[in-house]
Design a protein around this ligand. Structure first.
Ligand SMILES: Nc1nc2c(ncn2[C@@H]2O[C@H](COP(=O)(O)OP(=O)(O)OP(=O)(O)O)[C@@H](O)[C@H]2O)c(=O)[nH]1
Ligand SMILES: [Mg+2]
Length: 316
């Protein structure tokens, strides 16, 4: 081992170096946290007092909407403003863009050769198909490393958007014209979580129509909630990105005002809930001691409702 690596011998030493912004330490911590290696619990523990400072912004939407390109454009704006950026791309594997992490690296060129930016791609998903817990641990590593803002890119599918809503402070939902059935391609769940709606590829025909469709679709949102702004961007040229950043900061202001403690608490709650859900899912798959079979029989005979059975299963 080199001298540099041996500095990170203990989780505490590693976290101290992460907090000092040492890139090798950040990389080492992320690798350990992503794989949940043996020292990961100690790293997470040592990081706890340093969390909650970064603004976490989620970018989600259908494959190929231009999320990575838009994130790349935002990185440039943020760096010009002197803000440091952590970037996490989860499961970047859409058939539209040919998928894969290498593609994201190519699109996110703003991150190259700049100590103020750190980027990580994660290919994995959670046991229930949602955001992988690894992604949340990487958010924490960036947060501990004192990046000002953390950008999280995810494809919006199923459970993922619920998770994104929980772990991010500001949620940007990205759409684009020409993604097939436009709004139908965008799940209602995505519209529900959005703080900001973006129609990217504004240079393309049909962008205005997509804006109007989104505005119409927003009328189904729960009453009383403020309507998110609908912005147009052309990620390729950077058009509209200044306005998007302004909207992100406006949406983030109340979250920053809420304070560090409140945000740390919220994220810890999410982690516990996710871990519990994964444990339960695993137990059910394992079919522990035939309990599930007995309960299934009771549901078939009408003795129990599926809900009652679930409560009994968990109560064991
Ligand atoms: N015309 C036009 N094309 C764009 C724009 N933004 C992105 N694209 C193109 O759209 C394609 C998909 O862009 P990505 O940034 O990879 O989209 P993504 O949403 O990150 O895709 P996945 O991560 O695979 O879900 C690429 O070929 C981009 O060059 C834009 O504003 N205008
Ligand atoms: Mg992408």
């Amino acid at each position: 081992m080199t001298a540099t690596l041996s500095k990170f011998d203990t989780p505490e030493a590693l976290v101290a170096a992460v907090c000092a912004g040492e890139r090798r330490a950040i990389a080492a911590a992320i690798t350990s946290l992503e794989a949940m290696s043996a020292n990961a619990p100690d790293i997470l523990k040592a990081m706890q007092p340093h969390l909650g400072h970064a603004l976490v912004v989620g970018f989600t939407g259908p494959p190929g909407a231009g999320k990575s390109t838009l994130v790349n454009a935002l990185i440039k704006h943020l760096r010009d403003a002197g803000r440091t950026v952590g970037v996490i791309a989860v499961d970047p594997s859409s058939p539209v863009s040919g998928g894969a992490i290498l593609g994201d690296r190519i699109r996110m060129t703003a991150a190259l050769n700049d100590d103020g930016v750190f980027m990580r791609s994660l290919a994995s998903r959670g046991a229930l198909g949602g955001l992988s817990p690894a992604a949340v641990r990487v958010i924490d590593a960036f947060d501990a490393a004192a990046f000002d803002i953390i950008l999280l890119e995810t494809v919006g599918t199923g459970q993922t958007e619920i998770d994104v809503a929980e772990v991010t402070d500001v949620r940007v939902v990205i759409s684009a014209p020409g993604l097939g059935d436009d709004i139908q391609a965008m799940k209602a769940g995505l519209l529900e979580i959005a703080d900001i709606l973006v129609v990217n590829k504004a240079d393309r025909e049909g962008a205005e129509r997509t804006v109007h469709q989104l505005m119409g679709a927003l009328s189904i949102r729960a009453p009383g909630r403020p309507k998110p702004p609908v912005l147009k961007t052309t990620a390729l040229t950077g058009d509209g990105v200044t306005e998007l950043l302004e909207a992100i900061d406006a949406a983030g202001a109340p979250v920053i005002a809420e304070g560090v403690a409140g945000r740390r608490h919220r994220r810890a709650r999410y982690l516990i809930a996710r871990a519990a859900a994964d444990v339960v899912a695993q137990r059910i798959r394992d079919g522990r001691d035939g309990a599930l079979d007995k309960l299934a029989d009771a549901v078939l005979t009408g003795e129990l409702t599926p809900n009652d059975a679930a409560v009994k299963l968990l109560g064991k």
